[in-house]
Ligand binder design. Sequence first.
Ligand code: FAQ
Length: 311
Amino acid sequence: PVTEEDARFQQRIDNEDKIEPRDWMPDGYRRTLVRQISQHAHSEIVGMLPEGNWITRAPSLRRKVALLAKVQDEGGHGLYLYSAAETLGVSRDELVEQLLSGKAKYSSIFNYPTLTWADIGAIGWLVDGAAIMNQVPLCRCSYGPYARAMVRICREESFHQRQGYELMMALAKGTPEQKRMAQDALNRWWWPSLMMFGPPDEHSAHSAQNMAWKIKRFSNDDLRQRFIDATVPQAEYLGLTIPDPELRLNTETGHYEIGPIDWTEFEQVLKGNGPCNRERIEARRKAWDDGAWVREAAVAHARKRKARDMK
Ligand code: FAQ
């Protein structure tokens, strides 16, 4: 800490005080939270697209209802998170502008296509499973509005994960063709799911400071390892094979060890060159443009109401 204010702030963090919107905070703390919370919000909103692709083609009414509810939840998560970011003094319009201009990132995982119905199962099982692993500790994040938003979000994510695993189970125990679909989806989503946790610790630009500020409670590699340890036995239970010939259980540590992650692929996706980056941003831009009349009408309505109330 360089100033007295910084030292006092760090003391509050060390005491596990929650930092609230009107409290003093270092610029860097505010900046990193706006960055992380808004990228998280964008991920929820862009994350509706790959699954939205299957709503009209769900194989039964029951599956369709569950998928609709899940995608709606994601829209809700995006909105809570934008509201949490707004408490830090940034507007919703600015945040959307940052997404559409490519300035703000969103999770790499949503730049992969959903080719078959089994992908809906794999997303729920793996992507929501990874999201929970990363987000449960965020319920204890030092910034109050973010921590509180995460409590409800995590409860809903947990339903999403079970929905996905149950779907995978139906396919894995179904016909040989269904089982092949489930295996194919696991093959395609496994490695991208591991990349969701971010770069390895030694290349993680923000980790050290974010851990000191108690925004992050565990490092990228620690959370990735927890996810692997939880998920490998789940794949075994399904009778599916993790697409990693080097995967093995280290009986001394009790942890699974994996082969190398292709970080070049991760970098390419972050640079905008993943399989669906352009399509995703195009879809969000169209939604924003198509929604312009709704925003205009809402503003006009609010203005009229205010004028009426003042009479
Ligand atoms: N994708 O220094 P670090 C969901 C960026 S779950 C894209 O390690 P940090 C639910 C990072 O932003 C998914 N970019 O960064 C759902 C930074 O770039 P910047 C969303 C990534 O922040 C399920 C740079 O790399 N969850 O949506 C990724 O300390 C199913 C350096 O990295 C969250 O956002 C990545 N995978 O740690 C919805 C959780 N990884 O900003 C629909 C909250 C790293 O300097 C369907 N976020 N980067 O330009 C976090 O916990 C953290 O931000 C991490 C990254 C762990 C993602």
